[in-house]
Write a protein that binds this ligand. Structure first.
Ligand code: AMP
Length: 397
């Protein structure tokens, strides 16, 4: 795996795919600078080597049209502030103007290109468009994990114009490293905690992960498909009846592979899908009609705690309850705290893909776990065992 540390950028122009798809408010101010900050170490290393940086990104979904609301010009001042360098801007990402701006760029300088998705060729993975982008830099750096699962021109196709001169930025390298630690080189016992709403959206992940883990915790809305499949009563809980045979198959496969599956034994049941509902603790397989399980119960959390604290490598994907409602967030907060405790004792913990990242941020756990992935879809596809095109394009040389 080649990273920017394998190159010296002195007098080189780095063409860097970053993910600056940041949220803007009504006055076009950046409301969350996380993604810009995440790309900073890569940019700084290149500048400190004596190189220059040409940044390319998408913003929103302009669908091939020049939508002024989605111009990257809006984020120019914020990027300059975060990086600490006055960043230049060019109002198109390809063509004469962009080529000129790139050509006159001096070591230590940064150029931000206009939104890649103003051209439909970007998302279509057009090779001619990619070739035009490639003219702007000497070395291609991909540091946009959030789009690594897309075979777009700037994330994948452009790499072929940089034989031996392409690499990952620090952010991408960190994401790949964290995944590697969980999926391949993690210290045993390895635990995956899979929550969220539906079995159907996690099925490929579960199947892939059964080969990698020693323990699997199933939580959240997914629980009830498993419980009902085993003959339990789940009341009005979310349940995918058509996925029940699949749930039984998963349990059978897990047993054959020696993976211990841990399913909640009790839940906080509510008489409505509402924060103001009446609640009671019930056994997971005896939920009365008119009631639905919305969070993990106390016995379940005790069980989860033991398993989490006994694990050396932990992957967490998906909340174990309806954490958006404060009264059903306790289970998800408790799981977060157990993971933090395990991490403090030396476990490696990765939180990634979907709503567990939102939960971790909302409850302030972000800095206390080993790594929080920045790419929702890209992380999910990696956990499903797919090779991401943006990663493959750098590796195959
Ligand atoms: P996902 O994006 O698949 O990780 O699913 C996250 C969603 O699952 C969140 O919006 C949670 O509110 C929801 N969820 C978790 N537990 C339950 C539950 N017991 N019943 C209904 N929805 C749930």
């Amino acid at each position: 795996m080649k990273t920017i540390d394998d190159f010296n950028f002195e007098n080189k122009k780095a063409l860097i795919r970053v993910d600056f798809n940041v949220p803007l408010d009504a006055t076009f101010k950046v409301t969350d600078t996380n993604r810009i900050e995440a790309a900073k170490p890569t940019i700084i290393k290149i500048l400190e080597d004596g190189g220059s940086a040409i940044l390319m990104s998408h913003l929103g979904r302009p669908d091939g049209l020049r939508n002024p609301d989605l111009s990257l010009k809006h984020i120019l001042a914020t990027v300059s502030d975060v990086i600490g360098v006055q960043v230049k801007f060019v109002s198109d990402c390809i063509g004469e103007e962009a080529e000129k701006a790139a050509a006159v760029l001096q070591p230590g300088e940064i150029l931000l290109l206009e939104n890649l998705r103003f051209h439909s060729e970007e998302e279509n993975g057009d090779i001619h468009f990619a070739e035009q982008l490639s003219k702007l830099g000497d070395i291609y750096v991909n540091d946009a994990f959030g789009t690594a699962h897309r075979a777009h021109a700037s994330t994948t196709i452009v790499a072929q114009f940089f034989p031996q001169k392409k690499c990952f930025g620090y952010l991408m390298a960190k994401e790949i490293d964290a995944l590697e630690k969980v999926m391949r080189t993690g210290k045993k016992p390895v635990l995956a905690i899979l929550g969220g709403a539906k079995v159907s959206s996690k099925i490929t992940i579960i199947e892939n992960i059964l080969d990698k883990v020693d323990d699997l915790i199933i939580g959240g809305g997914m629980t009830f498909t498993f419980v009902k499949a085993k003959g339990g009563k789940v009341g009005d809980s979310i349940c995918e009846d058509d996925k029940m045979p699949l749930a039984l198959e998963i349990l059978e496969k897990a047993e054959k592979k020696g993976v211990k599956v841990h399913i909640p034994v009790d839940v906080i049941a509510a008489n409505a899908f509402s924060n103001d509902a009446d609640t009671k603790v019930v056994d997971v397989d005896k939920i009365p009609d008119g009631w639905q399980g919305l969070d993990a119960g106390p016995k379940t959390l005790e069980n989860f705690k033991k398993i989490i604290l006994g694990s050396h490598t932990i992957l967490w994907n998906g909340p174990v309850g309806v954490f958006e409602m404060p009264r059903f967030a306790k289970g998800t907060i408790a799981v977060g705290n157990y993971i933090i405790e395990a991490t403090e004792k030396g476990a490696f913990s990765l939180v990634g893909g979907g709503d567990s990242v939102a939960a971790v941020k909302q409850f302030g756990f972000e800095d206390q776990v080993s790594y929080v992935s920045t790419g929702g879809g890209a992380m999910l596809e990696s956990l499903e065992g797919k090779t991401l095109p943006g990663i493959a394009a750098i590796i195959e040389d």
